[in-house]
Ligand binder design. Structure first.
Ligand code: FPP
Length: 242
């Protein structure tokens, strides 16, 4: 049996939306006597592996937490390094992603980034907007609480009537308005926190916490996560899967 068929056969339940907190780059680098930026570069290489594997496994939405609203408090060199990495990733990978049918979207505050980087991200989003093989949701300058506050402000500015406020409306006002909630959220590196990631959207997600640092989370690790997801019994607060 061809390996592609084997993939399909083994993974009976593929989550539509997988979201990842790519944690552990710094510790991965430290363990090798490298600086933190080298860790983020290794994490970026791994991102390519995981995007390819996600397309292969049939995941339709992949959200990646690359820079949080709290990450501004890191040393300036690290913040600048992460901005450069985003810029390099777009230069190096967007054409290939476009050819593979990937659509890029962004959640968070783009306007907090340097103008040239904003333009680069906007151009990549525009270039790939008709693609549908996978949607890559880049969470960059994103925070879950910040997103909810921003949604409330926009609802007030739109003079939404209190009786019209329900879950569907709030969801529409979030950065993720058109994106389904994540089915599976993965945080690598053995940390067990949600860290302001998809605060509203992840309430019924399955969470998975592998021990490995992000640069070591390879296709096989993703497969293990998907297999574990397939064993979970999702009840959404009810008694059986709806
Ligand atoms: C968390 O590890 C990781 C980040 C804050 C950045 C994630 C960025 C990448 C994987 C590179 C790809 C980036 C883009 C822009 C596409 P950490 O630094 O907190 O690691 P530690 O907990 O071991 O210190």
């Amino acid at each position: 049996m061809a390996s592609e068929e084997l993939t399909q056969t083994k993974l009976a339940t593929v989550p539509r939306h997988v979201a990842i907190i790519m944690d552990g780059n710094g510790r991965w680098a430290k363990a090798r006597g490298l600086n933190r930026i080298a860790g983020h570069r290794a994490g970026t290489e791994n991102l390519r592996t995981i995007i390819r594997a996600s397309i292969k496994f049939g995941i339709k939405y992949l959200t990646l937490f690359a820079f949080s609203t709290e990450n501004w408090s890191r040393p300036k060199a690290e913040v600048t390094g992460l901005m450069h990495i985003l810029s390099d990733v777009i230069d190096r990978d967007v054409q290939r992603l476009h050819q593979e049918g990937a659509r890029l979207v962004h959640i968070g505050h783009l306007d907090g980034l340097p103008k040239a980087l904003q333009d680069k991200v906007s151009h990549a989003i525009d270039l790939t907007k008709e693609n549908r093989s996978i949607t890559i949701v880049l969470a960059f300058n994103y925070g879950g609480r910040d997103e909810i506050i921003y949604a409330i402000k926009r609802m007030l500015a739109d003079q939404v009537a209190p009786e019209d406020v329900d879950e569907a409306l709030v969801s529409q006002y979030l950065f993720t308005g058109d994106i389904p909630d994540p089915d599976l959220v993965i945080r690598t590196s053995g940390e067990f926190r949600t860290s302001n990631f998809l605060t509203w959207q992840s309430v019924y997600s399955e969470w998975y916490f592998p021990q490995v640092y992000w640069p070591d989370f390879d296709e096989e690790e993703l497969r293990k996560a998907l297999e574990e997801y397939g064993r979970r019994d999702r009840r959404f607060g009810g008694l059986k899967e709806s």
